[in-house]
Write a protein that binds this ligand. Sequence first.
Ligand code: NAD
Length: 488
Amino acid sequence: MINETELLSRVPTRVLIDGAWTDTAADFGVWNPATGDELLRIADATAEDGLRALDAAVAAQESWAAEAPRRRAEILHHAWELLIAREDEFALLMTLEMGKPLTESRGEVRYGGEFLRWFAEEAPRIAGRYQRNPAGTGTIVVSRRPVGPCYFITPWNFPLAMATRKLAPALAAGCTVVVKPAELTPLTTLHFAALLQEAGVPAGVVNVVTTTASAAVSAPIIADPRLRKLSFTGSTPVGRRLLRQAADTVLKCSMELGGNAPFLVFEDADLDLAVEGALAAKFRNSGEACTAANRFLVHESVADEFAGRLAQRVQAMRVGRGTDEGVAIGPLIEQKAIEKVHGLVTDAVHRGAKKLCGGTPVAAPGTFYSPTVLSDVPDGAAILTEEIFGPVLAIASFTDESEAVRRANDTEYGLAAYVYTNDLARGQRMIDRIESGMMGLNVAAISDAAAPFGGIKQSGLGREGGGEGINEYLETKYTLIPSASPRP
Ligand code: NAD
């Protein structure tokens, strides 16, 4: 059993610049959302600190790019081994600062760790192309090289995995980085950066700045022409803002943004499977996931039964501190989140939705919301168009397949979708017709380091993971070599 105080005493509290844990002028508190207690006070970086971190990443770029791919792979593999050996420690740290139940935090350590393992395996396999040109007059050589120094901005909901999903491919490709974790959950990234040092990542290759002034610290880094890549995971409004800033230097961008995943249940679905899938797709991470099912669209013939069965299961879910045994729903990240979720529930009920269970904030300390099931949610309710990011399952019904598809696609988002049907032909039609970057067909857990994670429409640009993931960190260079040497 890991001792919380002892663990917190080992978490770095300064920013990491050029391999040194460095003081800043001010600091800020990181809080446990389950208790309202302050966990640690950490460095609050300024714009100058951020630029110093970029200086370090720029200075380390050439030597890291020149490092043997095999060596980069070994370092990543070692980092994976260290992380897995410390699963309990990282899980506890995440639960303390973010709130999710320990079992889910452990799952995130394994999932986040997979990116280290996967990209360790990709590092030595970066390949180019060598081919004769069609005219027969020369050879086309296509080579791949690291993009260069990167800036990563990560969210609070998956404090470890959102960092490893970016760091692992960047390091494998030979890029150096500055990471700015979310101010609500920076401890996991700081602790992980120390692990990377231990695994052999050289000074300057990974730099971490923690700050409460995200916009002020990020803007000069993004505006700096030495930066070559921005990768952001967070909300669509912030993503849009960053894309505008990135336009000035035509900066390469990867954007993992918000979602509004539909969860379709057809009349021919295996309802037992759909209920289990719904619970997982909605309540994992207390609903605070970009891939969380946001709208349950259920055929009218099975909608009541589906809702009733779910309400029974959801009522039995235990709400509490993520460190307590048997807890299924931890706290939401902060009070603002409670207000937003409760506002969406109240609006839906006001418009005629039926509240089958939950629907109330749970008394302090801590920021808890009771797991909720709403049925008969009418069109026009904000809960069907906005990202809920909380433990609220909203069900609406449809009458036929074309209506289901129309409604599923009626959103600016296109991250994940879930489809439950036992009709293979219908399943195949859904793969073609549902506008999303990812889809689970009769399954709710779809994330995998070996698969391309990402969205279409306003859910993002680019992919993380899979064979695709490393491309985000590589430039393509074409060289033509004439067949015969030209005369001098
Ligand atoms: P957020 O957009 O508020 O913040 C994300 C990060 O951006 C944080 O580090 C924050 O400090 C920083 N930030 C905020 N404003 C900024 C600015 N003006 N300039 C620079 N940085 C700024 O999002 P959040 O609340 O932390 O996370 C939840 C959102 O993230 C949800 O919309 C969720 O869907 C999305 N998300 C997407 C994915 C994905 O892979 N598509 C994964 C996880 C979360």
